[in-house]
Design a protein around this ligand. Structure first.
Ligand code: NAG
Ligand code: NAG
Ligand code: NAG
Ligand code: NAG
Ligand code: NAG
Ligand code: NAG
Length: 282
């Protein structure tokens, strides 16, 4: 044989191709956006996906804005979509943005934490109060119960969206008629997560803080499909490459210095009895 190594090389290539194909099925189609500014014309563009599209904007401790994007926002010939809205959110507000298509919630990905930049006062910034309130544990711990409760004035059943900055998203369904809901937090420690709640009448319950998932020795809830924020880059904007460079260098830096486990690591306390309130709670 002239190239005895060929079959090995080609099997390796095949394995890589198969792995890449399997991998890509979970890759969000991604989107980009211009810098968000108070009262600015905020434009989101994307490439790929299939209608109907939905855009979710979740200001930290504020009210989510859900946009069902008209079919006209997507050109199926060029495979490109574009949607513009006046961003009626106050400057300095931190928010996430999640794009979905017919494949399901969050299929387009979720952004990193974004901050509304200063703009002008040409709009009324969104100061509506929540339609119903809920409470939640101030901390989330890997594979431990995380409680959502006191949502008595919602019209059940409820839908809870779990959002991970630059990661995958998930949907939780508290049982109809429940007064509290415990979710086994199947997210690896070190990941950040935010929740928002909508009831069966599309009434808005508000958005939680961005909560870091704390360490626990319990890994029983984790598997290869568990949401993390170290997954694929979902999003790009015009400065994305700088961001990725910074993230990469800080990751390299941290991955050298942080190979420790409690109690030798200091970090967020493992258990807090404190609870936090969602916006609109009196
Ligand atoms: C917002 O920006 C988009 C994209 O540049 C543009 O097509 C649209 O006309 C703008 N809308 C307003 C109200 O300025
Ligand atoms: C939008 O597109 C989807 C999928 O192609 C279709 O099911 C739906 O009926 C369309 N909606 C309108 C209002 O045309
Ligand atoms: C802000 O925009 C959202 C989405 O368009 C809208 O639902 C909401 O009523 C607006 N709020 C104000 C105070 O204009
Ligand atoms: C929201 O802001 C507008 C304009 O500043 C104000 O008139 C309105 O009373 C505010 N609404 C609430 C619920 O605070
Ligand atoms: C991974 O874990 C999640 C949540 O714990 C579970 O719903 C899912 O079925 C698991 N997937 C696999 C492939 O085991
Ligand atoms: C979460 O909230 C529930 C209900 O108030 C409480 O019993 C539990 O101790 C809290 N857990 C944590 C980790 O804070």
């Amino acid at each position: 044989m002239m190239f005895p190594g060929l079959s090995i090389v080609s099997s390796i290539l095949l394995v890589i191709l198969v792995a890449a194909a399997r991998f890509s099925s979970a890759v969000p189609f991604g989107f980009s956006y211009n810098p968000p500014k108070q009262c600015g014309n905020f434009t989101v563009t994307w490439n790929g996906g299939s209608p109907p599209f939905e855009l979710l904007i979740t200001p930290r401790l504020g009210l989510p804005q859900i946009f069902s994007l008209p079919n006209g926002t997507f050109d199926s010939r060029s495979n490109e979509g574009s949607f513009s809205t006046t961003l009626n959110i106050s400057s300095q507000t931190i928010f996430l943005m999640t794009l979905s298509d017919s494949a399901g919630f969050g299929s387009g990905g979720t952004t990193a934490q974004l901050t509304v930049g200063s703009g002008d006062s040409s709009c009324t910034t969104d100061n509506r109060s929540a339609d119903f309130s809920f409470q939640y544990n101030a901390t989330v711990q890997q594979c431990k119960d995380f409680f959502l409760y006191n949502y008595g004035n919602a019209v059940q059943p409820l839908t809870v969206y779990g959002l991970i900055p630059q990661g995958s998203s998930f949907v939780l369904h508290p049982p109809d008629g429940s007064s509290s809901y415990a979710w086994d937090a199947a997210i690896a420690a070190g990941t950040n997560v935010m929740f928002t709640m909508v009831d069966s009448k599309q009434r808005l319950g508000g958005t939680t803080d961005i909560i870091p998932v704390g360490y626990s020795t319990d890994t029983s809830c984790l598997n290869s499909t568990s949401p993390t924020s170290t997954g694929h880059p979902a999003l790009t904007n015009r400065y994305a490459w700088t961001w990725w460079l910074l993230k990469w260098s800080s990751y390299r830096w941290r991955s050298r210095g942080r190979d420790c486990r409690p109690p030798s690591c200091t970090g967020p306390p493992l258990l807090h009895r404190k609870t936090a309130q969602a916006p609109g709670v009196a």
